[in-house]
Design a protein around this ligand. Structure first.
Ligand SMILES: *Cc1c(COP(=O)(O)O)cnc(C)c1O
Length: 408
C-alpha cells in the first residue's frame, strides 16, 4: 500500500478531487474559506456496510465518537450503528441529541468527575467503570438521585496486545480495573443498588494485524467468561473493544477484516452464545468507521525555494491536523498521503515539502513528497483525516481561525 493507492480510492474530474460528489474548488466555494475538513458520507456508509457484511450478524457495532465528534457525523452514524461510546459529558450530550436511545450509549474514560457521573446516571447511559473509586461514586450518585445506575466493568486485561499504535491495556494502566481485582469489585457491587450489565475490554488503537486482533479477541472472551462467574447477574453486555487500524504510511496494509469476521463468528457461536446467552456482543470502533472518509483541505499561499528545496506554504497546518505533522503519538515522523487536489491528472514533478503557516519547524504536512507542480492558489489535500483530526489538534496555538467542517 502506498500513498498513491490511498489517493486512488478517490475519484477526480477535470483535475479536481471529488469529495461527496463535488469537485474540490466548488466545495471550497461552498464552504467559503480554507482550510476545511470534509467528511464523505458515502464513504462512511460504505465502511459500515462492509463491516455489516463481514462481521457476523450477532455483532453490535458501536461508534467511539472521540475519533470524530462533529455533531453531523455523529447524527449520521447514529442511524447506522447500534450504539455510541462517549468519553466526556459534552460527547454524551452530542450522542443524546441523536436518535440513539440513552440505553445504547456507553460512557468510558478515566477521571469521570462527580458531575459527569451524576449526568450519566440521570441520563440512563451505561457507565463503564474505570476504578473502584469511580464505582463507589457511581453507587453514591445513584443513591443521591434515587436511580439505579447501569454499569459495566472496564477490565485491564492480564495480557497486552502487540502491534497497536497506542496500547491501552495489559500491564499497569490508568484504564480499567486490573482483571485480578475484578471479582472483589463485583462482590462489592453485588450488594449495591446498581445494575451490572457486563464487561468492557479495550486494549489498544490503530492495529493493522488481523491475527493479533483475533488473538486478543479470543483471549478477551476467555477472560470475560472467567469473570462472568463472579458477576452478580447474568452478563448482558460484552464489549470486546476494537482497535481496527487504517493504513496511513507506505507499507501499511489494510486490515484483513474477513479473518476477524471469521474469528468473531467462531467466538460467538462456540463460546459466547452457549455460555452467556443474554449477552450483546459489541465491537467498538472510532478510527475505522470515519478515518478514511475525511480530507483536510488547505490552500497554497506561497511557493518558495530555499537552497534547492521547494516549499509549498499552506494556510492550514498542525494546529488543525496535528497527526499529519507527526506530533500525535508517532515515534518516527512519516508522511500522511497528500495530493494536490486541483491538479489530480498531472504527473508528479520533483519532490516538494508542504509546510503549514505556524512559526515552528514542527508544522510539516509533507516532507519531500513527489507531487504534481503546484502554485499559489492550488489546494493541498491531506487524506485519512476523518479521525483524530480537528479535535485532536492544538487549534489555539498561534491564534489562527478555526477551520470549517462539512459532512458531504
Ligand atoms: C479511543 C477509544 C476507542 C476508539 O479507538 P479507535 O482506535 O479510534 O477505534 C474505543 N474505545 C475506547 C474505550 C477508547 O478510548
Amino acid at each position: 500500500m502506498t500513498a498513491r493507492d490511498v489517493v486512488a480510492t478517490w475519484d477526480h474530474v477535470g483535475g479536481q478531487l471529488v469529495v461527496g460528489g463535488t469537485p474540490l474548488e466548488r466545495l471550497a466555494s461552498r464552504v467559503g474559506s480554507t482550510p476545511f475538513f470534509a467528511y464523505d458520507r458515502a464513504r462512511i456508509d460504505g465502511r459500515v456496510a462492509t463491516l455489516r457484511a463481514t462481521l457476523p450478524p450477532g455483532i453490535h457495532l458501536s461508534y467511539a465518537m472521540k475519533a470524530n465528534p462533529m455533531p453531523a457525523v455523529v447524527q449520521h452514524l447514529a442511524r447506522l450503528v447500534d450504539s455510541i461510546d462517549v468519553a466526556s459529558a459534552l460527547e454524551m450530550q452530542t450522542a443524546l441529541d441523536t436518535s440513539m436511545p440513552a440505553s445504547r450509549i456507553s460512557f468510558a474514560g478515566p477521571g469521570k468527575t462527580e458531575r459527569e457521573i451524576g449526568q450519566a446516571v440521570a441520563a440512563g447511559v451505561l457507565i463503564e467503570l474505570e476504578s473502584t473509586t469511580e464505582a463507589r461514586r457511581v453507587v453514591a450518585a445513584g443513591e443521591r438521585l434515587g436511580l439505579r445506575p447501569r454499569v459495566a466493568v472496564r477490565v485491564n486485561p492480564d495480557f497486552a496486545v502487540k502491534g497497536s499504535g497506542m496500547r491501552m491495556g495489559g500491564g499497569p494502566q490508568q484504564f480499567g480495573v486490573d482483571a485480578e481485582r475484578v471479582p472483589d469489585l463485583l462482590a462489592e457491587l453485588g450488594s449495591a443498588d446498581v445494575d451490572v450489565e457486563g464487561f468492557h475490554i479495550f486494549a489498544g488503537s490503530q492495529n493493522l494485524r488481523a491475527e493479533i486482533i483475533c488473538e486478543a479477541q479470543t483471549r478477551t472472551v476467555d477472560l470475560v467468561l472467567s469473570l462472568a462467574e463472579a458477576c452478580p447477574t447474568p452478563v448482558r453486555y460484552v464489549n470486546l473493544g476494537g482497535g481496527f487500524g487504517i493504513p496511513y504510511f507506505e507499507k501499511d496494509e489494510p486490515l484483513d477484516l474477513t479473518a476477524i469476521g471469521d474469528n468473531l463468528g467462531d467466538l460467538l457461536e462456540h463460546r459466547i452464545q452457549p455460555n452467556l446467552p443474554e449477552a450483546r456482543t459489541v465491537i467498538e470502533l472510532g478510527r475505522y468507521l470515519v478515518g478514511e472518509s475525511g480530507v483536510y483541505v488547505t490552500r497554497v499561499v506561497d511557493r518558495k525555494e530555499s537552497r534547492g528545496q521547494v516549499y509549498l506554504v499552506v494556510d492550514g497546518g498542525m494546529h488543525h491536523q496535528l497527526a499529519a505533522s507527526g506530533n500525535f503519538g508517532q515515534a518516527i515522523r512519516r508522511n500522511y498521503p497528500v495530493a494536490i487536489g486541483t491538479q489530480m491528472a498531472e504527473p508528479d514533478d520533483s519532490p516538494v515539502t508542504v509546510v503549514g503557516c505556524l512559526c515552528t519547524p514542527l508544522d510539516l504536512l509533507g516532507d519531500k513528497v513527489p507531487l504534481p507542480r503546484a502554485d499559489i492558489g492550488d489546494l493541498v489535500v491531506v487524506f485519512q483525516a476523518g479521525a483524530y483530526g480537528l479535535t485532536a489538534s492544538p487549534t489555539a496555538f498561534l491564534g489562527h481561525p478555526a477551520p470549517a467542517e462539512v459532512l458531504v
